[in-house]
Design a protein around this ligand. Structure first.
Ligand code: NAD
Length: 438
């Protein structure tokens, strides 16, 4: 099957590469010529473990190409996937559909023969119906159907998630569109992954409901963590005790500095907006957004309190600035609020992140970048762990303490314990929802 993938970001590139690995003939299109140049040279513009190898294999096999020529990619394709960004619209929290609709108009003009136009981008309920109208108006002769195929992959584990999904959701209006989608995902059916075929609106809603639920789960445990701090309970044990209940499950139940990333913040906001527009307010989601925002501020207070109430003139070493490990994505990362706040309070910031530097250099002006944790900790007044990269999970805490001018550790991912820190000679240690000392 010939597939055109419009947008080569985290979702589009991974999906395009994986579809080609299924055996389909895929052209990945992007309007950013630099990205296409890099891809043609065999370079991957994002950091996603394993993607370079899988991409090279399929380019080599002649099934995967990259192009800035949307017209020829679309006119040959049986299915065209839209995987462009849907960021938060400035001012009202709604998903910005500018890129999706612009792509739809370009696709409309290039359609030839029966084609399924599939939305992989996360879009509000009703968008696919609107998209159908936009394409039909732009090209009344076009023979096409629309399908909604929301993506559930996680950055950092994207290939495995795509190849072994918990489920595939396909929203369609016509059987013939469902048949094309079945054909595309057939290699996965053989491995017996459930496919849920729905109407367009339900597929669109599933994506927002799933993300809002996960954001709620994270925020719930973060709120429990705050209460643990007041009551002497240990949130790690609480979370374990809760998660062993099969009805609850242990995933997305780790206390930390609040959710971030390219999806949860924008999708919770968009769902809240969809609720308001439809006269059915999403009160739980609205509260989750508020609690998560407050949590970020609480984390800043936690660091400053640990350092005696003021950080002016002090040196703080931050470990990890990407929103989670194994990605270079910094969209809505907790670091983007916490680091500037500490700089604003007069601290000097040093940063170590295995993949965050390229994007971070622009987003975090005024910080000093280091490759080595121990060098970055030399004469520092505090070390703050913001992202749980493997590189930070087995630090030699004694060696770290020796380098520092004052041994204080804020472990906002609960990697270590008060006991570990005390044993290593730290004088102050704070974490989230557990015993601290200072
Ligand atoms: P991204 O910003 O990384 O990539 C979008 C790409 O689309 C960019 O390279 C951009 O240049 C390109 N583009 C925009 N308009 C175009 C056009 N008209 N023609 C060709 N290319 C165009 O975005 P992303 O993180 O991959 O997210 C894409 C969508 O998938 C979003 O709706 C997002 O909510 C959803 N999603 C993302 C994730 C994730 O983990 N990132 C997971 C599930 C779903």
């Amino acid at each position: 099957m010939k597939i055109a993938m419009i947008g080569t970001g985290y979702v589009g590139l991974v999906s395009g590469v994986c579809f080609s690995d299924f055996g389909h003939e895929v052209v990945c299109v992007d309007k950013n010529p630099e990205k296409i140049d890099m891809l043609r040279q065999g370079k991957v513009p994002i950091y996603e473990p394993g993607l370079d190898i899988l991409m090279a294999r399929n380019v080599e096999a002649g099934r995967l190409t990259f192009s800035d020529d949307l017209v020829s990619a679309v006119s040959d394709a049986a299915a065209v996937f839209i995987a462009v960004g849907t960021p938060t619209r400035r001012g009202d929290g709604h998903a910005d559909l500018t890129y999706v609709m612009a792509a739809a108009r370009e696709i409309a003009a290039a359609l030839s023969g029966y084609t399924v136009v599939v939305t992989k981008s996360t879009v509000p309920v009703g968008t696919n119906r609107q998209l159908k109208q936009v394409i039909a108006e732009a090209n009344p002769q076009a023979d096409f159907d629309v399908a909604s195929n929301p993506e559930f992959l996680r950055e950092g584990a994207a290939i495995d998630d795509f190849m072994r999904p918990d489920r595939i959701v396909v929203g369609v209006q016509q059987d013939r569109a469902a048949e094309v989608m079945t054909e595309i995902y057939r290699p996965l059916y053989l491995r017996d992954f459930p496919i849920l075929t729905t109407d367009l609106e339900s597929a669109e809603m599933i994506k927002y409901a799933a993300n809002a639920f996960l954001a709620t789960k994270i925020t719930f445990i973060n709120e429990i963590a705050a209460l643990c701090e007041r009551t002497g309970a240990d949130v790690k044990l609480v979370s374990k005790g809760m998660g062993l209940d099969g009805r609850i499950g242990n995933k997305f139940l780790h206390a930390g500095p609040g959710y971030g990333g390219s999806c949860f913040p924008k999708d919770t906001q968009a769902l809240a907006r969809i609720g308001q527009e439809n006269g059915s307010p999403m009160q739980i989601t609205e509260t989750v957004i508020k609690v998560n925002d407050e949590l970020r501020r609480r984390m800043i207070g936690k660091i400053i309190d640990m350092m005696g109430g003021h950080v002016a003139g002090k040196t703080i070493t931050v470990l990890g600035v990407t929103f989670k490990p194994n990605t270079d994505d910094m969209r809505e990362a907790p670091s983007l609020t916490i680091v500037p706040a500490l700089i604003g309070a007069g601290a000097k910031l040093r940063v170590v992140d295995p993949q965050g530097r390229r994007e971070g250099a622009e987003r975090l002006p005024g910080v000093q970048w280091f490759d080595d944790v121990y060098k970055a900790a030399e004469n520092a007044d505090a070390v703050v762990i913001l992202t749980e990269w493997n590189e930070f999970r087995a630090l030699d805490l004694e060696r770290l303490r020796d380098k520092m001018s004052f041994p204080a550790l804020a472990d906002l991912r609960n990697i270590y314990s008060a006991k570990d820190a005390e044993r290593a000679g730290f004088l102050r240690y704070v974490s989230v929802g557990r015993a601290d000392f200072r």
